[in-house]
Design a protein around this ligand. Sequence first.
Ligand code: SF4
Length: 342
Amino acid sequence: MIDILSLELGELEEILTSKGYERYRAKQIFSFLYKQKVYDFDSITVLKKETRKELKEEFFIYQFRVKSVAIGSDGAKKYLFELMDGSLIESVLIPMERNRFTICVSTQAGCRMGCKFCATGRMGFKRNLTTSEIVEQVRFILKDNGLKIANVVYMGMGEPLDNYDNTVKSIRILMDEYGLGISKRRITLSTCGITPALVRLKKDLPHINLALSLHSAISEKRSLIMPVNKEYPIDEVLKVLKDFPIPRRKRITFEYVMIKGLNDTKEDIRALIRVMSRFKSKLNIIPLNKHDLIGTKFEPTPIEDIEKFAQTLRDRGFFVTIRKSKGSDINAACGMLATRAS
Ligand code: SF4
């Protein structure tokens, strides 16, 4: 059986035409899958009964089980999904200003990158998600909340570029006008910086919004909290990012989980200035979520010190935000997704 939500439109067209169907049928089916968000072929009412029966024999529509939904005091809604093989993943719907929403999706069950401040990293790695398992998080959450559109951030469980092919394919399906029709401006991929995959991404999705999990601009310190830096040192990652064709009016986001005494010193500010001067960029400071899930020796930098740190950089002309962590009371904030039912 073919997993239809793992197919791009062109692939579905090829399969259907090879079976003798007209090419336009693929667009009709795609529209029902993504605009109407149907879960069975019988709901594709533009097709004859006989055709629907044939489709059911060849294809299936991926579906996962909702294990739990937790709603935080700030409106963030965390979904715990059970996949067909029993793996658990989480996705979060985050309310934004002006009645907009962002969906944070996972790309792996667990993560092998082992960032020291991250609950997902501490779970270890189970497996990559398939294209349909990534796409379905968005399709399901839009339907469940009666939303037509949302921003999508690849910032949930897992490192998206460690599951390169499925991540890229899922983004193409989200962007397809017959798919979910989400513009590239609304999609952000966050990575810890896997250099060879970034080189490929530059060709495959050159105009995608990028966020780099920087967390320290000093390579030795970064290696202490992000083992990936030993294999792909930050200097090489930045070299690749430097010639990424960033869309006009867009900036690369540097994510920066702030940890007391580790990456909040004057030396860290100087290193950040050196890096940020080379890019049209924005620094997004994330106060560390101090929670029992973390269970590390790290302490959050007090908010007054975070404000001073940010102001020093702003005074030098840099664009700095301090993330108000949404969903922290339901373990749905950055670095807290760890498949524990709330
Ligand atoms: S921060 Fe991202 S890349 Fe690092 S361990 Fe957590 S999920 Fe993986």
